[in-house]
Design a binder for this molecule. Structure first.
Ligand code: KG4
Ligand code: ZN
Length: 365
């Protein structure tokens, strides 16, 4: 007999987290397992694609079994299987997709190939039932975009990075400062140790790329270069921890300024385009970098000043997880947007099919 509420398993393997979750149509997360590969990649200071794919292979079966056990379900209780099908590191994506397809084939279940970016974008509907359309700042390790979510599979991309993604800029800057992988969260911790914020900003002036310009695009490679230049001017040898705390603080404040400037333009555009027809205009921040408290704070202030609602996922659903993949599975299952088992893994998969590729943005644009 059909479950009264649909239940979907979500599998995520596009980067350095192996994750499996089971989610119900009413938004209840029945199980949610995330295995981070921090240990595997630490020695290399970043994610090594081949090591990531192998680690996904080693753990995916155990996580699938664990997710079923935690939810006290069997495969026959599922109404569908969803797996990230791109964009991401292709070896890893293939591991998760093959596992999902195998379950779908052997248990005669619908399969949904999920766009990882859409999973971040729709997390606010999993957690808060927010209605379309809404404005999104998507900031992850691979992407930095401003989008409008008009419906499932219907996005307008208003801005993207023309070079590095914000998470990538956090990670590379952290590495330059001698901070361990994963860079983003460690840089945030280091910034919290800054003793004299005013002095830190004077000591380490940084550029604010594209600030004041029209539109909603981002650029972060100049910021990373400026960090390199500051680090190179510091006394040789082991870096002084007070200097690094000051530099991390200045970096984070600068990123906040750039984000506010770009989002301000996006908010004006959103309110003039959708304001009259939208009950509660909302800005949603999502993706791994959305875990950053300073970024949440500046966005909260900005939206308050613009009479917009603000929404950020709970910390555990900012970085990659299976629950967000399962949720897209549910949204698509309800709309009968299913995939056949010959769907291919896609290293690049823009949410807005009509958006032009930006020079320099590579897979991020
Ligand atoms: O969404 P995500 O888990 O994976 C991708 O889809 O890329 O995002 C990972 C990125 C990494 O660059 C990581 O350093 C960054 O999110 N990140 C943070 C924080 N937590 C994770 N960046 C800044 N502050 C944080 N607290
Ligand atoms: Zn992600």
């Amino acid at each position: 007999m059909d479950n009264p509420l649909k239940i979907v398993m979500g599998i995520e393997t596009s980067c350095d987290e192996t994750a499996v979750a089971i989610v119900r149509e009413d938004g209840k997360i029945l199980s949610n397992l995330v295995l981070s590969q921090i240990k595997e990649h630490k020695a290399f200071g970043g994610v090594v694609p081949e090591i990531a794919a192998r680690a996904h292979m080693d753990h995916i079966d155990t996580l699938i079994k664990g997710a079923l056990d935690d939810a006290q379900l069997t495969f026959s209780d599922l109404n569908g299987v969803a797996a990230t099908s791109g964009p991401g590191l292709i070896g890893g994506v293939m591991v998760g997709m093959m596992a999902g397809k195998a379950i779908a084939a052997s248990h005669n279940l619908p399969f949904i190939g999920v766009n990882h970016l859409e999973a971040h974008a729709l997390t606010a509907r999993l957690t808060d039932k927010i209605e379309f359309p809404y404005l999104i700042l998507l900031v992850s390790g691979g992407h930095t975009q401003i989008l409008v979510a008009e419906d499932v599979d219907q996005y307008k991309r208003w801005g993207t990075t023309i070079d590095d993604a914000l998470g990538e800029c956090f990670d590379k800057s952290a590495k330059l400062m001698g901070l361990p992988y994963p860079g983003g969260p460690n840089l945030e911790k280091m910034a919290a140790n800054c003793q004299n914020p005013t002095q830190a900003l004077e000591k380490f002036p940084l550029p604010t790329p594209l600030k004041g310009r029209e539109g909603c695009d981002f650029s972060f490679s100049g910021l990373k270069t400026a960090i390199r230049n500051h680090v190179e001017k510091l006394p040789a040898g082991d870096l002084n921890q007070d200097d690094i705390a000051d530099l991390a603080y200045a970096f984070q404040i600068t990123v906040g300024k750039v984000i506010v400037d770009r989002c301000q333009n996006a908010i004006s555009q959103f309110l003039s385009t959708y304001g009259k027809t939208t009950k509660s205009p909302t800005l949603v921040v999502c993706g791994g970098v959305a875990a950053n408290l300073h970024i949440r704070e500046v966005l909260e202030d900005l939206t308050k000043a613009s009479n917009m609602d603000f929404m950020a996922p709970p910390m555990g659903l900012c970085s990659d997880n299976g629950a967000m993949i399962a949720w897209v599975g549910i949204e698509k299952l309800k709309r009968n947007m299913l995939d056949t088992l010959d769907i291919a893994a896609r290293p690049r998969w823009p949410l807005d099919k009509g958006a032009e590729k930006r020079p320099g943005g590579g897979v991020k644009a």
